[in-house]
Design a protein around this ligand. Structure first.
Ligand SMILES: *Cc1c(COP(=O)(O)O)cnc(C)c1O
Length: 450
């Protein structure tokens, strides 16, 4: 069958709205919010079927690290495609999955030397929760089966992951389907009280976790955190001392620490793993999103020897009981290997430091804007909160901003009143200047509307 060429935008939109149920979308909003029919991508830009372009300033939901149609990742994938597209990972193995596991393990100095694979982030969360639960069972402590998450946490939207996701909208809709988790204070640096530093807020939040452990550590399997930035909560950034304190508490009370680095990993916060900034290693790291360069669905959970060994036995029932059809897909692993090669060859982490400083400088008019609160940055993430007093205007801010941004050649999608930038690691000076000027223009326009 021939794919249709030069389909007109409005026709494609109509066909999509008729047959495609879009994610994270109240479909009726598309009566006013535009749906963009994308035709192709190149570098930081997406082009629609009419030839309009949009700077992908949120890396297509935080996944794209080195631009669209990246020549190096494309070449690796084309070669892999002609070699091995897929083989099951039970009873079989292949070079891409081996090399990827070795390279990631090396990035933790082999502390987290065992990689378990899946396809999406939520599945990685589920795997970490199940592994922790099953570890305690295998070691004779099956009472330890409760989980702890932070206020405003987000770990994915499948039923197990939703149980440790503290988003009111989801709780209201799906709460009755879910397991109960303990929700403890977030170390969000915006919550400073008089005279407090962000480190004080972090210590205060850790104290609340400690109080819970003192009561119930016999029942608790693990705490799951998004290290340094709670992204979906609206880019809530916090001091690394929180991770240090939580690590110490987990050691003291025999509880696992799960670091969900699905959004903050792969260099997003300045180091390859966000946990490196606290100089700690968790018991489990979840990776997804950027790991395949934004090309293919891939997720994984890394863990320690001691946890791996608790499953190593002749008895099938003591093994880790989990699989997905596409576990360790060679194409996805090859995209990840090409992504890691770019990190090495281009010295990405250190070049991003210069790039981040230039972006922060370019955004200084927004940081000083009278309607901007809590301008913040970590690594390659920038965020600020719009000061809007009118409740009705606040409720539609995100959609109005998205629509206005498109008119200014920008893809930006605020979370509530929080505007954030999470661009790919490739913007040049001209793109940085354009991004900053247009973000300011869009903000001024939208904040001035009634
Ligand atoms: C996106 C995200 C997930 C879920 O990943 P999916 O691939 O969307 O299932 C989990 N945790 C965090 C921190 C995320 O940002």
């Amino acid at each position: 069958m021939n794919t249709r060429l030069n389909t007109h935008a409005s026709e494609q939109i109509a066909r999509s709205l008729k047959s495609v149920w879009h994610p994270c979308t109240q479909m009726q909003h598309h009566e006013t919010v535009p749906l963009v029919p994308v035709a192709r991508g190149r570098g930081a830009w997406l082009y629609d079927v009419d030839g309009n372009r949009y700077l992908d300033a949120i890396s297509s939901w935080w996944v794209n690290l080195f631009g669209h149609a990246n020549p190096r990742i494309n070449a690796a994938l084309k070669e892999q495609l002609d070699t091995l597209e897929h083989a099951m990972l039970a009873g079989f193995t292949h070079e891409p999955v081996i090399a990827l596991s070795e390279q990631l393990s090396a990035r933790t100095n082999h502390v987290l030397g065992h990689c378990f694979y899946a396809s999406d982030g939520a599945s990685a969360t589920e795997i970490a929760l199940k592994m922790s639960f099953h570890y305690w069972r295998n070691t004779g402590r099956s009472d330890k089966r409760e989980f702890v998450c932070l206020k405003g946490s987000y770990h994915g939207e499948t039923v197990g992951a939703l149980a440790v996701t503290d988003v009111q909208l989801f709780r209201d809709a799906y709460g009755p389907m879910l397991q109960q988790a303990h929700v403890v204070a977030s170390p969000d640096a915006r919550d400073t009280r008089d005279g407090e530093t962000p480190a004080d807020v972090a210590r205060r939040a850790a104290k609340e976790f400690e109080a819970l452990l003192q009561q119930r550590s016999d029942r608790i399997a693990a705490i799951i955190v998004e290290p340094l930035v709670q992204c979906a909560a609206g880019m809530a950034m916090y001091d690394p001392v929180y991770l240090k304190e939580v690590r110490a508490l987990c050691d003291r009370f025999d509880v696992h620490l799960i670091a969900d680095e699905i959004a903050v990993g792969c260099g997003r916060t300045g180091t390859f793993f966000a946990c490196e900034q606290a100089r700690i290693w968790p018991d489990f790291v979840c990776l997804s999103k950027g790991i395949s360069g934004g090309y293919l669905p891939l997720s994984l959970v890394m863990t320690r020897d001691a946890i791996y060994e608790a499953f190593y036995d002749a008895d099938v029932r003591r093994g880790f009981l989990h699989s997905h059809s596409y576990t360790g897909n060679p194409l996805a692993c090859r995209a990840a290997l090409a992504t890691l090669a770019i990190f090495n060859e281009d010295d990405v982490l250190s070049r991003n430091r210069g790039r981040a400083a230039r972006i922060t400088e370019a955004l200084s008019p927004l940081a000083a804007h009278p309607k901007v609160k809590h301008f913040r940055q970590r690594g390659m993430i920038w965020a600020f909160d719009a000061q809007i007093d009118d409740a009705a205007a606040a409720a539609t801010f995100s959609r109005r901003f998205f629509t206005e941004a498109l008119k200014n050649e920008l893809l930006l999608r605020p979370i509530g009143r929080t505007v954030y930038l999470m661009p790919p690691y490739i913007l040049d000076d001209e793109e940085i200047a354009g991004l900053a000027a247009r973000t300011l223009a869009v903000f001024d326009k939208v904040i001035g509307e009634k």
